[in-house]
Design a protein around this ligand. Structure first.
Ligand SMILES: Nc1ncnc2c1ncn2[C@@H]1O[C@H](COP(=O)(O)OP(=O)(O)OP(=O)(O)O)[C@@H](O)[C@H]1O
Length: 691
């Protein structure tokens, strides 16, 4: 720590100034102003007096007295010090000198005489004193002029002394003032020094604090520097690695660039080759365009031929149907079901299917009565257009009837009857398996259980769509009726139970039923919605009016009208899908004990007999002039236009495989054989040209 040096002279001056009067230092005192040693004469005088006398006063006085050769009285100077009052003392001395110089001189002379006894001067002074004490008596001894001269000289010396004293006092006063000023200055300097020291201290503290901060910062900076240095070093290392990698990549790319350049050259030559090839292909294309134009012309020609072939196909198709017979009979045996086991009828009947490749025969082992009346077990063989075993799928059955559906679009009235005892599988075949029954819209392509109705509807719409290319446009509308106790119920009517009386009319080959709902249909989905609605209605009616689904016929009629804008042909036909009531005999149905059941059974029997009679009559009506008993039942009257020469009919016989149902199965088989043996005249399409 640095310090401001204090001047030694100032210290010394201060020490001397504050020195007490009676205990001064052993060294000689110095003048405040010069520091010089006081004159020896003053010291001697002071020592002689045995008291401390300020040297300046003493020196001056002594010098003055010596210069005038007098010994001045010392009493007034005894108390002369540099303390206050010293000046007053001096003044009193001066005043005494001025007031009575003669007396003083006299006393002085006396004193001087006393001081030096035995000396000549002392003797002279003693003589003078004796003269003085003798008074005027001896005044003649002292020269008065000399005394006056001495006195005047003494007075002028006193004045000079006074002047000198005043000057000295002024000088002292000035010196004192200067000294005080010096002391103030010293004090001020000391205070400044203290202040400077404080400032210096605070600055040192500040410097220390800053140095600490600076040291900390330096440490932090050093650490940061080291960190950044390490970071930069690692980055540098990475960069170096990158550079190495880039150099390697560059080398690779240079290599690949060379390879690409050579490839490019090869490609260019290939492009040239291709361009040549394109050139030749363009030439070929031009010639092909010519060919296409020729082919288009040929296609047009072929399309016309195709149209003619389509007409021919329809004609031939119809001829084939004619050859087969317009009434055809299929037989289908269902597989055993869980219900059979539940009803205790699990025993299977013995059923065989001879000549499986033709699939047209069925043989049942059942009791039979011989001509002699003996009842023995024997085989009963039946032949139909097609026989389906229990393993046959819904698709197998539909495949065989698809052409019938096609006939509707060709303008032929077509009807499909499902015939058989209760539980033999009629509804299953027409509508589908139970899970499909609840959803007519199930897609036959993915739903194996879909029945003939959903399959036929899907096919009708898709065929109609494909015939658009040939100029055909079709409209569809449908209705759904139920015949119970020979009465028609509209299953699409406004109320759930139809109480209206319906009248059947036939006009120019068209059948209409009064007060029934006929719904225009634009898509298969609409057909399925309609069938679902009818199905629900039938279930509600069954609940309200006893279980009757097995004892009523349901008839779905789909009317198809087509127009061909190209050929100006038109067609109008109805597809009737009929789920007939159970065909069991009275005794087997238990209806002989229940009047309602009896009535139902009688009604069913009547309608089914009528159907058989109508078919039989049609078979015999080769000329078309015989009476056909359509009116014998509502069923045959309703289906008048779907039976007979102008229509195609399929009887689908459903059979149970169970032994318990063997007799009913035999009855059904005999009925179907009768139908199958009937040949009805040629079917005619309901078609007009130029409509
Ligand atoms: N080919 C078949 N494959 C599997 N199950 C069948 C088949 N045919 C019928 N079934 C089943 O046999 C039972 C009776 O069939 P379905 O109801 O179709 O008889 P139905 O002749 O229509 O009877 P109803 O005259 O009472 O209406 C149903 O559970 C049905 O699912």
């Amino acid at each position: 720590m640095s310090s401001i040096p204090v001047p030694q002279t100032v210290k010394r001056q201060r020490t001397t100034a504050t020195m007490p009067g009676g205990a001064g230092p052993s060294k000689l005192p110095r003048t405040p102003a010069t520091g010089r040693t006081m004159p020896a004469t003053r010291s001697v005088s002071a020592a002689d007096a045995g008291r401390f006398v300020p040297s300046r006063r003493t020196a001056t006085t002594t010098t003055t007295a010596a210069s005038i050769g007098l010994t001045l009285p010392r009493a007034p100077m005894t108390n002369t010090t540099n303390r206050p009052g010293a000046a007053a003392t001096t003044r009193s001395v001066s005043a005494a000198s001025k007031v009575a110089p003669t007396a003083a001189v006299r006393r002085g002379v006396t004193s001087v005489t006393r001081l030096r006894p035995g000396t000549n001067a002392a003797n002279a002074a003693a003589a003078a004193t004796a003269r003085t004490s003798n008074g005027s008596a001896n005044s003649g001894d002292v020269d008065p002029s000399r005394m006056d001269a001495m006195e005047s000289r003494l007075a002028s010396m006193a004045e000079l002394f006074e002047l000198e004293r005043q000057k000295t006092e002024e000088k002292w006063s000035k010196e004192r003032t200067d000294r005080l000023a010096q002391e103030d200055k010293v004090r001020q300097l000391e205070e400044d020094l203290i202040e400077q020291r404080k400032i210096a201290q605070s600055k040192q503290d500040e410097i220390k604090r800053r140095r600490t901060i600076a040291d900390d910062e330096l440490l932090q900076l050093t650490a940061k520097f080291n960190r950044e240095k390490r970071l930069l070093e690692s980055e540098l290392e990475q960069e170096r690695e990158t550079v190495v990698a880039l150099k390697a990549t560059l080398n690779q790319q240079s290599t690949s660039h060379l390879t690409m350049e050579s490839t490019n050259t090869a490609l260019r030559s290939q492009v040239q080759l291709l361009q040549d090839e394109i050139q030749s292909l363009r030439a070929k294309l031009a010639s092909m365009d010519e060919n296409v134009a020729q082919t288009k012309e040929a296609n047009l020609h072929l399309e016309n031929e195709l149209r003619e072939a389509e007409s021919l196909r329809r004609k031939l198709h119809n001829e084939v149907q004619e050859l087969r017979g317009n009434i055809r009979v299929f037989c289908r045996v269902r597989p055993p079901s869980n219900n059979d086991a539940a009803n205790g009828t699990e025993a299977l009947a013995t059923i065989r299917f001879p000549n499986e490749r033709e699939a047209a025969q069925i043989e049942l082992l059942a009791a039979g009565e011989s001509a002699t009346g003996t009842v023995t077990m024997r085989n009963h063989l039946f032949t139909f257009d097609r026989v389906f075993q229990p393993t046959a799928s819904q698709a197998d059955v539909f495949e065989e009837i698809a052409h019938l559906t096609q006939s509707v679009l060709d303008g032929y009235n077509t009807s499909i009857f499902a015939y058989g005892q209760t539980g033999s599988g009629k509804t299953h075949t027409l509508e589908g398996a139970p899970d499909s029954i609840t959803n007519f819209g199930s897609d036959p392509a993915t739903d194996a259980g879909a029945g003939l109705i959903p399959r036929a509807v899907q096919m009708l719409w898709s065929t109609a769509e494909s015939l658009k290319d040939k100029g055909w446009k079709y409209n569809f509308e449908g209705s759904m009726l139920e015949i119970y106790l020979d009465t028609i119920n509209d299953l699409l009517g406004k109320t759930e139970v139809d109480k209206a009386k319906h009248e059947i009319k036939h006009d120019k080959g068209r059948t209409t039923v009064s007060d029934t709902v006929v719904v225009p249909l634009d898509s298969p989905a609409q057909v399925f919605a309609l069938l679902e609605k009818a199905k629900r209605r039938r279930q509600v009616a069954a609940t309200l009016m006893n279980e009757r689904s097995s004892r009523s016929h349901s008839v779905f009629m789909l009317r198809v009208r087509g127009q061909n804008a190209t050929t100006m042909e038109a067609c109008d036909a109805v597809l009737s899908l009929v789920d007939l009531a159970g065909s069991e005999r009275l005794a087997n149905s238990g209806s002989d004990k229940d009047p309602i059941r009896l009535k139902e059974a009688q009604s069913i029997n009547k309608s089914l007999s009528s159907l058989a009679d109508v078919i039989s009559a049609l078979g015999q009506n080769k000329t078309g002039t015989n009476h056909v008993p359509y009116r014998n039942s509502t069923l045959t009257w309703l289906l008048k236009n779907s039976l007979g020469g102008n229509s195609k009919t399929l009887m689908l016989l459903a059979l149970s495989p169970m032994a318990a149902h063997l007799n009913e199965s035999l009855c059904s088989l005999r009925f179907a054989t009768k139908v199958n043996s009937t040949t009805i005249g040629t079917a005619k399409a309901v078609k007009s040209i130029g409509a």
